[in-house]
Write a protein that binds this ligand. Sequence first.
Ligand SMILES: [Mn+2]
Length: 430
Amino acid sequence: MTNLKIAADVIADQNDKRSSAHKADFAALGEKLARSNIDIEAITAKVADFFVAVPSWGVGTGGTRFARFPGPGEPRHIFDKLDDCSVIQQLTRATPTVSLHIPWDKADPKELKAKGDALGLGFDAMNSNTFSDAPDQAHSYKYGSLSHVDAATRAQAVEHNLECIELGNAIGARALTVWIGDGSNFPGQSNFTRQFERYLDSMRNIYKALPDDWRLFSEHKMYEPAFYSTVVQDWGTNYMIAQTLGEKAFCLVDLGHHAPNTNIEMIVARLIQFGKLGGFHFNDSKYGDDDLDAGSVEPYRLFLVFNELVDAEHRGVKGFNPAHMIDQSHNVTDPIESLIASANEIRRAYAQALLVDRLRLEGFQNENDALMATETLKHAYRTDVEPILAEARQRAGGAIDPIATYRASGYRTRVAAERPAIKGSSGGIV
Ligand SMILES: [Mn+2]
């Protein structure tokens, strides 16, 4: 445990300060839930068993198309990033895995594995990058990658994805997420059909190289960086991709990759119904792909997404096993604090969804009692489940109040002294 970044006594001292108030709150909530025949222990156990992967690129300060304002002590490389990710896990106990982005995080797999083991971290889905040019690559992705008109450029993009699988396999990852920036900026620039045929052909070649116990996630996005058309623009196209490729191919839903007002929870329900929901990139948005912190703008929407997930669990949907990952860009906060808060918000939405009285809801639906049906959801959503989240963290060795504990630990000041300030940009929004 000597490799852990926050001293155990800091967590213990901070928890001691909050322990009696927390116990009283947990007991009060337990009594309240018991009146509705809900066992707080069962809910707490489920929440403690719910995890979300942290994106390696999320621990650096992000940026916009206009500027990037670096913060103190930013990670210099993947090993610093893993240190930062381990702090989030140590305090929340909700984020035991990290999702890597290649080539940003390219390193010796043995060293990656050893570092992960030392910090108690595993590796979630690998993310390929064919939306920007690496310094040494032969062919540019300016006009696309997997769907490029040039066969050699497509082959290079396929090869990069195979390299991601190989590296991931060596460090214990079991999924590849493919998001491409391919599309067009002008009507007429690309033939939609031929472009999609080329994309599918490339994806077939990636799929063929997938180990048996791996899953392939394709991620749709309505627009940006291509502003007129995008090859994998929506969940319908994404579903066709997963159907075409085969049983190891699934759709990844990034909450920010839809038009404003899109009913995302309904998309989630459809993908579950047809066995193609692969997982999530959690974040929040107001206007587009804003990559804001999960639950920061529309917590009710996040709850409604989780309502579908818990409903699927409740119905015992066969093979239901979505991957949970965060994909955010932190521009004005300490990224570690944002990721701690986001992991908590995601667990909060899950806990609230677990409180929905599903039998009662079904009854109201069958009686066409719209008001009481929606009130059943709201009743669960309005419940302050913070004591459950705190209890789950504390029982697993984490902090009752993880952000206050993080601040008390002085971690940021410590790493700021060790890590020289970074000029220019890294990070990234995917
Ligand atoms: Mn994403």
